[in-house]
Ligand binder design. Sequence first.
Ligand SMILES: [Zn+2]
Length: 250
Amino acid sequence: MGEIDLPGLKDRLWHKMRDDLVSLVPWFADNDLLLCPTCCRAFKYEGFSLEHIIPQQALAEDPALARAAVPKNERSGMTLLCNRTLVFEKKSIPGQGCNNWKGKHYDRFIREALRPDVLKKQFHARHHMALVAAGYLGLFREYGYQIALLPTGLLMRMQFFNPNSFLKEFPVGYQMVLTGEGRAEYDEEARAYWSEPFKTSIDRDVAHVVMRNFSIMLPLSRDPKAPLARALRYAPPRFKFRPDLTTAFD
Ligand SMILES: [Zn+2]
C-alpha cells in the first residue's frame, strides 16, 4: 500500500496546526509562523519537519501483514516538530531542533518498548520517559495547542527536555505505566491496534493515553474538551533560539 505523499502531508498538518493556533492566539493570524509543539518557539514553514511519533525504525518491525494493511503514516501518528538548533543555558545543541532531540533521546526506546516481547526484557526509566514524550505528542495531536499552552503542557514540555528521569514537579501519582502483552501478529479485527496509535480519554485532570499495549497518565490543568472563553495574547520572545518554556494559560 502506498504512503501518503509527504510534502502534501506537511502542508495539511501545517494548515491544520495554524488554524488551531490562530483560533487560540489571534496574533498569529497576520503572519506565517507556527509554534513548535515541544519548545514553543515560532518559526516559518521551513523551520518544521514531519515527525513520525512512533518512529520509522519501530514501524519497520511491525509484522508484515500490518505493514501491508495499514500505511506507515497511519501507524505512526504524524505531527510537525521544529528543525532549528536548540540552545540551553547559552549552549547550542547540535542537530535539527526538537525533531532531532526526539530522535536522539527517545526513538530507540519507543522502538524497544513496542516490541511484543518487551515484558520479558528490561523496561527502564528511559522507556517510560519515551512513552511520556510520545504520549504528549499524541495528546497534542488530538487536542492541539491548548495542550501545549496549559501549565501542565509546560511541565510536559520541560519533561521532554529531561529525558533521564521525572521532574520533581511531575505528579508522583502519574508516574506509572500500565502494559499488557503486545500483539505479535496482525489480524483484520484488531486493525485499530495498528492504525491510530494514540487513543486518549480525559477524566478531569488526567489524560489517559493508550499507545498500542501501553497506557500512561498525563496531567491536565483543564479539560481540553471544555470550551475556552478567551483568546490569548502573545509576545514574541526576545531570544528566539532559546526554547520558550513559559506558559500562556494560567
Ligand atoms: Zn522545537
